[in-house]
Every structure is written in structure tokens, then in C-alpha cells.
Design a protein around this ligand. Structure first.
Ligand SMILES: NC(=O)c1ccc[n+]([C@@H]2O[C@H](COP(=O)([O-])OP(=O)(O)OC[C@H]3O[C@@H](n4cnc5c(N)ncnc54)[C@H](O)[C@@H]3O)[C@@H](O)[C@H]2O)c1
Ligand SMILES: O=P(O)(O)OC[C@@H](O)[C@@H](O)[C@H](O)[C@H](O)CO
Length: 540
């Protein structure tokens, strides 16, 4: 049985090839040494999308001879990911791509040369990270740390306790990921005010701006306390030295699946067990993903950048990235995903492609995409919205070989509903020819999320909710609510503009969503009946 290590891919190269695994084609030892001396790229959030997409793109450059340093993977929150997955496999990943005919393409990703805990309690790792940030060679830090990784405030708009503590304690003891970044940037500032670029690759609207705001907020708090030099904030705001480009990343990268693990085992590749860490990361020595992928980045780098265009990554101007990102995150993919996530959990689904066989759910997401989203999308030209949406609905979501689950996508929904629906709703408020009252599918999806929060499915059985940083406060508003109830504090959730990005009641949507919610609460089967009834009404 093969076990993924550097020694194995060298000494058993032919056996790996016989198992149809593509092996890396570059001088790893030289690249690792170059990276040690001359680090250029650190990535925070060493999870599945990073390993399955970003690290693969960089490997293509290494193989083309267009890059000669690797990526340093860092995580501030999950020791187990590094200790139990990265280290035993020498930072290698087995990438498994599934096409629509069910064939696997397997490839070993070897472009990650170091894996570091970005945490002061891991002194040796942290020293290395500081050394990297103090090195003039560093070009960029990129991020896939999930939407909540950037958030400094809670639902009440007040700073989280961890953030307050970080602001109080200064750059020496950072805990929140944004304070860790601010602290590392301060070391770079002190060492020589060297330029570099911070690239968020998370699914947040205007992700670069969000990262910039959070890091600068921390820096300003430290400057106000006098614990950092005054010039530090100016350094972060000086676009000739530090930039925070926007980006849009797209590749459906599900949690590792047992079906894939078993298939690998049958093909003679062992040691591929799936680990769910105590921080709820679902991880394995392999990453399973779809074939389609798009990464579009605002070309605004101050200290050089890898030639990722050679690996299919698109670099363009800010406005174009903004349009592509708005198209994907707020209209053509992620809103559909969130709707399938919450309705899927309520209707007992465990695979997204199965939901696409359900006529009601298919109609729901087609309506969100084609009828409610498309009219407000500004065409980015480099990717055409109609074509993109067709591919999402007809090929990507429907691909039965992509083991994606509504339960994965339902994670952290409170952090995402504002971005995924709020932006479209805003457009309906702002445009003269549109009115929020015309929306049906988006309000149904929001009502389904509120109904989901009760933790009882459409048959009346309780189910496990996916983790969400606001779960406790959200559920407090629905405490004791059971099927058949016609009153609750659901309006307190819907009234929270921090969650939805829009004042739902003021614009006339709050009551509509509330009424859908109570219809869905009427009893067993009511979720499906409510969806069918209102979707049939709009279909005429
Ligand atoms: N998986 C996908 O299909 C996909 C596609 C496009 C974009 N993305 C973006 O990438 C993000 C990560 O997706 P993934 O599939 O890699 O998830 P993952 O769970 O495999 O990895 C997430 C990483 O983020 C870190 N993290 C989690 N919470 C954090 C916090 N509060 N602060 C700092 N780090 C934190 C974890 O330690 C882990 O390394 C998504 O939230 C999304 O914004 C994912
Ligand atoms: O990763 P999240 O939590 O922002 O959202 C879950 C999915 O919608 C997302 O991961 C998609 O798979 C991805 O955005 C496709 O590119």
C-alpha cells in the first residue's frame, strides 16, 4: 500500500505512476532551500481550497521554471491540521479532481515547502514567521481563512472580546488572525518598511477592502495607545508600499469524502483517513475538488508577484475583479449554494447534486440565479454571467461525482447571508425599475435559513446544525420555538442589519420573510409546501 511521503514518491515513483498519479516535476530540495533563504509567498488558512487550487497553480509555475520558491502555509487556528496532516506527509497533498463522467485525475501537490503555526505559543514557528516577514524578499501573504476570519465585531457591532484584548495588549501578544497579521506587518515595518501585498481569497464581497479595514483598525488602536510607532498606520495606508487587492476565487472544493478515500484505498493508496479537527476543519492527506476553477486578482502588487498568469490565473483591474466577484459571490454561485445548503439540511439531503434532481429546489435556485440575480448583475465581460450561471446550474452543481454536502455549505451562514443576498436586495432598492417586493426566491431562502436555525427538519426530526460563530445568539431568539408555533422572536434576527447588510423591514421585505418562515413552521412537510406554493405562484 502506498503512503504519501517525499521518500515514497521518489523511491516508488513507478508504483505511483502505475496508480495513475501525476508526480511533481521540479527540484523540490532546491526550491525548499530557496524558500528558506528567500521566502516570497506565505498563505494563511492552509485548508482545502488552498491545497486544491492555489498550491496547484503555483506548482505549475515551478514545473514551467517560472518560479523557484515554494509557498509557506500558515494557520493561526488549527494545530491538528499541521501536526496530523501536513507533517506526516511532508506537506504533500494528493489532489483528486472529479470530472462529470466520474473519472478521477490524481496529482501530488508539492509546492508547499513549509507549514507553520502562526501562534506565539509555538515559539519556533512564530520566530520563523517573523523572520519571513522581516525579509525584504517577501512579496505576498494570501488568505483563505473563511469569512469570519476577518470579522472584528459581534452581532451587536461591538468588538469581540479577543479583539478588545489584542487592542489592549499591543503587537506582542496577538490572538485574532487580523491582529497576528497586523503584528507581523509591524515587524516588517520596523525592519525596513519593506513593501508587500496582502491578498484575501475568501468569498467576501470586496475581500481586499475587508482585510485592509480589519488590519488597519487594529493598527490604529495600537497607535492610539502608543504601543506602535505613529508611522505604522501610514505605512499600511501607503499604496506604494502595501496593497490589499480584490480577488475572486472559484472552485467547488468539498470536504474530503469517504467515497474518495475508499476509492484511493482500492487503488493501493493508503493512509488517506479523514480527520475532523477540534476546530471542525474537515481535512485529509487528499483534497477532492471539481475540475472548473477561476481565480481573478486585481493586479496591484508592490514587491513583485509570482507569474500566476502562466498557470491560468487572471490579473486585471479593480473594477473588473469587483464585477466578477459580485457576479459569483452575490448572484451566480454562492447565493444558490446557500439556498441549497439550508433547504437541503431541512429536506434531509446530504449531497448537493441530489438536490438538483429535486424539481422544487432546482426551481428555487434557478429563480434566484436567472430571474432575481441576473437582472442586477453588471457584466464583467471576461466571464459572461449567463454562461457562468448555465455552467453552475447545468454542470457544476449537478455533477453527481462531486461529493459536496449542504452541511458543509451551511457552515457560518450568518457570516454570508448579507453578502450573498444583501447585495442583490440593495440593487432592487436602488434601481428605479426594480422593487424588493418583486423578490420571492431570495426571501424564501432567507426564511428557510431562519427555519433551519430551529434545528428540526421538515419531517419534524432534530438534526445537527453546522457550526456558526453566531449560533448561540441566533438560537436565543428562537428558543422554545416548535412546529406549529405562530409567534417567535424571529423578527429580532431579521431586523439585524449587521447580518443582512440591509434593513429588511424598512425596505418592505422583513414581514414577507417572516410570513414565509411561519408558513414553513406550520408542521411536518410545511417547508416543502411553502417553497412549492410560492414558487408556483411566481411561475404562474
Ligand atoms: N471550499 C470551497 O469550495 C471554496 C471555494 C472558493 C472559496 N473558498 C473560500 O475559502 C475559505 C476556506 O475554504 P476551505 O474549503 O479551504 O475550508 P477549510 O475548512 O478546509 O480551511 C479553512 C482554513 O481557515 C482556517 N480558519 C478557520 N477559521 C479561522 C479563523 N477564525 N481565523 C483564522 N483562520 C481560520 C482554518 O484553520 C483552515 O486552515 C471559504 O470560507 C471561502 O471563503 C472556498
Ligand atoms: O466557502 P464558503 O463557506 O464561503 O461557502 C461555501 C460554498 O458556497 C463555497 O465554498 C463554494 O464551494 C465556492 O465558493 C465555490 O467557488
Amino acid at each position: 500500500m502506498l503512503f504519501l511521503t517525499r521518500e515514497s514518491i521518489q523511491s516508488c515513483a513507478e508504483v505511483w505512476k502505475d496508480a495513475d498519479v501525476e508526480l511533481p516535476q521540479f527540484d523540490y530540495e532546491q526550491v525548499a532551500e530557496n524558500t528558506r533563504v528567500r521566502p516570497e509567498w506565505v498563505h494563511f488558512g492552509a485548508g482545502n481550497i488552498f491545497r486544491g487550487f492555489v498550491a496547484n497553480a503555483h506548482q505549475k509555475l515551478l514545473e514551467l521554471g517560472k518560479a523557484d520558491t515554494g509557498i509557506i502555509a500558515a494557520t493561526s487556528s488549527d494545530y491538528e491540521l499541521i501536526d496530523k496532516i501536513y507533517k506526516p506527509h511532508d506537506h504533500l497533498t494528493l489532489l483528486v479532481l472529479m470530472n462529470a463522467s466520474g473519472e478521477f485525475t490524481k496529482k501530488v501537490i508539492s509546492s508547499i515547502t513549509e507549514a507553520i503555526m502562526a501562534n506565539k505559543n509555538r515559539a519556533e514557528d512564530y520566530c520563523r514567521l517573523v523572520e519571513i516577514f522581516e525579509n525584504p524578499s517577501l512579496q505576498m501573504a494570501s488568505f483563505t481563512i473563511t469569512e469570519k476570519g476577518y470579522t472584528l465585531t459581534g452581532p451587536d457591532g461591538m468588538y469581540l472580546d479577543i479583539v478588545k484584548k489584542d487592542m489592549e495588549q499591543g503587537p506582542e501578544q496577538p490572538s485574532h488572525s487580523m491582529s497576528v497579521i497586523a503584528s507581523l506587518a509591524y515587524r516588517r515595518y520596523l525592519k525596513g518598511q519593506y513593501p508587500m501585498t496582502f491578498v484575501s481569497m475568501d468569498n467576501c464581497s470586496h475581500n481586499g477592502d475587508m482585510l485592509k479595514n480589519s488590519v488597519i483598525t487594529i493598527a490604529k488602536a495600537w497607535a492610539a495607545k502608543g504601543v506602535v510607532e505613529q508611522g505604522f498606520v501610514a505605512y499600511l495606508e501607503d499604496e506604494s508600499r502595501i496593497t490589499f487587492p480584490l480577488s475572486m476565487i472559484d472552485k467547488i472544493t468539498p470536504r474530503p469524502s469517504e467515497v474518495v478515500r475508499n476509492a484511493l484505498q482500492e487503488q493501493g493508496i493508503g493512509g488517506m483517513d479523514i480527520l475532523i479537527t477540534s476546530r471542525n476543519a474537515h481535512t485529509a492527506p487528499f483534497v477532492n475538488a471539481e475540475v472548473s476553477e477561476y481565480l481573478v486578482i486585481e493586479d496591484k502588487f508592490t514587491n513583485g508577484r509570482p507569474l500566476l498568469e502562466e498557470a491560468g490565473i487572471i490579473f486585471t483591474d479593480r473594477e473588473t475583479v469587483n464585477r466578477v466577484e459580485t457576479m459569483k459571490v452575490t448572484t451566480c454561485l454562492n447565493p444558490l449554494h446557500t439556498a441549497l445548503a439550508v433547504t437541503g439540511c431541512l429536506l434531509g439531503y446530504t449531497q448537493i447534486s441530489d438536490e438538483m434532481q429535486d424539481q422544487t429546489l432546482r426551481t428555487l435556485v434557478e429563480r434566484i440565479g436567472y430571474k432575481e440575480g441576473l437582472p442586477v448583475v453588471v457584466d464583467p465581460i471576461i466571464l459572461r454571467p449567463q454562461q457562468f450561471l448555465d455552467e453552475v446550474l447545468q454542470e457544476r452543481l449537478a455533477n453527481p461525482f462531486i461529493p459536496d454536502t449542504p452541511q458543509r455549505i451551511a457552515t457560518d451562514t450568518s457570516q454570508k447571508v448579507g453578502i450573498r443576498y444583501g447585495e442583490t436586495i440593495k440593487s432592487y432598492v436602488q434601481r428605479e425599475n426594480l422593487h424588493p417586493a418583486e423578490l420571492t426566491a431570495i426571501p424564501l431562502a432567507i426564511a428557510a435559513w431562519c427555519r433551519y436555525l430551529i434545528g428540526v427538519d421538515d419531517e419534524g426530526n432534530s438534526f445537527e446544525l453546522s457550526p456558526d460563530p453566531l449560533m448561540e445568539s441566533l438560537q436565543a431568539h428562537l428558543q422554545g420555538v416548535t412546529l406549529g408555533d405562530s409567534t417567535s422572536n424571529v423578527h429580532r434576527i431579521l431586523d439585524n442589519e449587521k447580518i443582512f447588510g440591509v434593513p429588511l423591514y424598512e425596505i418592505g421585505l422583513g414581514s414577507k420573510i417572516e410570513s414565509y418562515f411561519y408558513e414553513m413552521l406550520k408542521g411536518p412537510g410545511a417547508v416543502r409546501r411553502t417553497l412549492e406554493k410560492h414558487l408556483n405562484e411566481v411561475l404562474g
